[in-house]
Design a protein around this ligand. Structure first.
Ligand code: PLP
Ligand code: COI
Length: 359
């Protein structure tokens, strides 16, 4: 499919930012966005790269009422050779379609979606931040665009991609964050939509996150919905623990997002010679393990957060400190190895990266 590229006058281009502290996460957006429409008669059509601007939608558009929406989060990094390095973009595209199926939305042709992403980032190349620790965050999104109030899958959809140059997700950067294990609220349950990247999962998490923040934690550590016993994931990351020297993460349950960073960390840890395990991890096991020293490190893993060391976990009004609230050696090694691949500074033995030239 051809992409219609609508030029923007130079005078309307925005000034650049490149200071990761100033950028924060998701506050600055580039000059252009990609949009495409779906109708049953025409399928996906009208692929366009145009000026980033507000969308004009009828107040009765179905997405506003019933949340039929999915999104992805991926990053492009600046390589030393001046190219953009995409990290496992095919996995995001595949997961987008997985989310689409769960939410009764039309899938996208994977190659078409990738081509649109590469084209947009190539044109917006000047926005890729150069500093280590920062990247261009890419947010493909699909919303139900039909107007109506009946509860049903929409007939019409809008797909758009926006880009945001970002610094660290947590203001702590690579310094350990504090998590609060939540036994009051749940994020998702097997059979629900936890495995889909859909806005409702994040809406469901807000009250627990607000409570956790009020108590001085950065994020919620979610427990399973049935027993409130097994650790699942964090608000925007999967979770890892080093237990008796083994890099462990909760096994996928259907309620957990199948993180691409999670999968990469498992492969990378194995490649670096650490034993790995995907298994159920009970919060009681963790608490006992932290107290006995068997749990030597904890870290979150996600696109936005990269690898984020965890220094403290709160559970039932008590705080448990991990590795004296320092980032542990395995977390640090994985973080550095992952970043070196993502920034195109180290060889990529896994074939994870896809480099493109900038416009
Ligand atoms: N879990 C949740 C709830 C997330 O929002 C994310 C972020 O995408 C992740 C895990 C990590 O997934 P990924 O590594 O694919 O970004
Ligand atoms: C990501 O890592 O891309 C995420 O989805 C986190 C986001 C919800 C901020």
């Amino acid at each position: 499919m051809d992409i219609d590229i609508i030029p923007i006058p130079d005078a309307e281009l925005k000034p650049l930012f490149d200071n990761p502290e100033e950028l924060g996460f998701g506050r600055v957006f580039t000059d252009r966005m990609f949009t495409m429409e779906y109708t049953p008669a025409r399928g996906w059509h009208a692929a366009t790269i145009r000026k980033y601007e507000p969308l004009c939608l009828d107040p009765a558009t179905l997405v506003f009422h019933y949340g039929q929406e999915i999104f992805e989060g991926m990053k492009a990094f600046a390589s030393p050779g001046g190219q953009a390095v995409f990290f496992r973009p095919e996995d995001n595209v595949r997961r987008f379609n997985h989310s689409a199926r769960r939410m009764c939305m039309p899938e996208l042709d994977e190659q078409l979606m990738l081509d649109g992403l590469f084209r947009l980032v190539s044109i917006e190349g000047r926005w890729i931040p150069q500093k280590r620790g920062s990247a261009l965050y890419i947010r493909p999104t699909m919303i139900a665009a039909e107007v109506g109030l009946g509860v049903r899958p929409a007939t019409n959809y809008l797909y758009f991609v926006i880009l945001s140059p970002v610094g660290p997700y947590f203001k702590e950067g690579f310094r350990p964050v504090r998590l609060c294990a939540c036994d009051k609220y749940v994020r998702a349950v097997e059979g629900g939509v936890g495995e889909a990247k859909t806005g409702g999962n994040y809406a469901a998490s807000l009250l627990a996150k607000q409570d956790a923040k009020e108590k001085g934690y950065n994020e919620v550590l979610w427990l399973d919905a049935r027993e409130r016993r097994y650790v699942e994931e964090v608000g925007a990351m999967n979770i890892f623990f080093v237990i008796d020297g083994v890099v462990c993460t909760p096994e996928l349950s259907g309620a957990i997002l199948q993180g691409i960073t999670r999968k990469s960390v498992l492969q990378l840890a194995e490649h670096l010679g650490y034993p790995v395990a995907e298994r159920r991890i009970a919060i009681d096991e963790l608490v006992a393990g932290i107290m006995s020293g068997r749990v030597s490190e904890a870290f979150g893993a996600g696109t936005a957060a990269s690898i984020a060391p965890v220094g403290e976990i709160g559970y039932k009004e008590k705080d448990y400190t991990i590795n004296m609230t320092e980032a542990g050696p395995i977390s640090r090694r994985l973080y550095e190895a992952l970043q070196a691949i993502q920034f195109g500074e180290a060889p990529d033995p896994f074939g994870w990266t896809h480099k493109i030239d900038l416009h």
